[in-house]
Design a protein. Structure first.
Length: 129
């Protein structure tokens, strides 16, 4: 290091900035590796159940309810687009909230639709005409 106090201060600041940048890059790479996680094996056409978090219990735990089935319509980089079989509503959900129900060969009959309708799903109202 140079003997001048101003230059020493500038050099120290440069070293700090370099180390901050280096650690930031390392942290970014570690986060990228962690975020890869487990690959989801859902493909467009597969039928899945979605874990909807309803409310908190007294013990501060979340109550998870599996609803559906939904049909996977699109696979995005970090999520999936799914369509409800009855309402045809499409939503984006994280793959960690999906559970495989049936592959794309499921024969969606009227009997299956009636069964799904009787599962007690609370449906929203879009408009009153």
């Amino acid at each position: 290091m140079d003997g001048h106090p101003e230059r020493q201060s500038e050099q120290v600041d440069n070293l700090r900035a370099h180390f901050r940048e280096m650690h930031g890059e390392r942290k970014r790479l570690v986060n990228m590796v962690r975020s890869k996680g487990n690959m989801c094996n859902f493909e467009p056409g597969d039928y899945v159940l979605w874990s909807r978090v309803d409310k908190r219990l007294q013990s501060s735990k979340l109550l998870v309810r599996w609803v559906g089935p939904f049909r996977v319509t699109d696979a995005l980089p970090h999520s999936f687009m799914v369509q409800h079989l009855l309402t045809r509503d499409v939503r984006e959900v994280n793959g960690s909230r999906l559970k495989h129900y049936y592959d794309g060969d499921l024969d969606v009959t009227e009997e299956l639709r009636e069964h799904i309708a009787k599962l007690g799903i609370v449906l929203g109202l879009r408009a009153i005409t």
